[in-house]
Design a protein around this ligand. Structure first.
Ligand SMILES: [Cu+2]
Length: 176
């Protein structure tokens, strides 16, 4: 039964045409060689074995590449039966509230230029993430459509303090 659920999860978007590559007979996730999480066909969805990810906690933070910004994941919410629950990222449409602080710790508006989720094991992203300013250096990311379980890299793109762009990345595992 688990195997059936997983294959449906992998492929329903492909059937809808949302995905380009990444679903079908050549999907690397269908093979036992895929991933770094384990040998011998260990299920890549097992988050306990996903050493690349940082376990979710509200308020978790990542420093940008340049060191100029700190991005805090204030809260993840996920809707179940019409009710928004504050919990770890789950498979489906999540919503993030984030805050961006400058090097002095001051929350700063107007610096998030976009958000790019990516599954490096499968080399695909997801549908566009809408970013809306929520004031006082906070931003709402909705939808953040994490439609597959497994390892995701959620990159928050930021304006640079100089000419170069900047970014901060959250390594997240979505359980099955
Ligand atoms: Cu994937």
């Amino acid at each position: 039964m688990m195997e059936m659920r997983r294959k449906v999860g992998l492929c329903f978007l492909g059937a809808l045409g949302v995905l380009g590559a990444g679903c079908g007979a050549d999907d690397p996730s269908m093979t036992s060689q895929q991933g770094t999480g384990g040998a011998g066909g260990v299920d890549f969805i097992t988050c306990a074995a996903e050493t690349r990810a940082t376990p979710y906690s509200a308020g978790m933070r990542e420093t940008s590449i340049s060191g100029a910004w700190t991005v805090k994941l204030l809260d993840n919410t996920f809707v179940v039966d019409g009710k928004a629950l504050s919990e770890a990222p789950a498979k489906g449409t999540d919503t993030w509230a984030i805050e961006v602080d400058d090097a002095t710790g001051k929350p700063t508006d107007g610096v998030v230029t976009g958000v790019s989720p990516w599954m490096p094991d499968h080399r695909h992203g997801t549908t566009p993430v809408m970013v809306s300013a929520a004031g006082a250096g906070t931003y709402t990311l909705n939808p953040l459509y994490l439609y597959m379980s497994g390892y995701w890299e959620i990159t928050v793109n930021l304006t640079g303090t100089g000419s170069a762009a900047d970014s901060a990345m959250f390594p997240i595992c979505v359980p099955d």
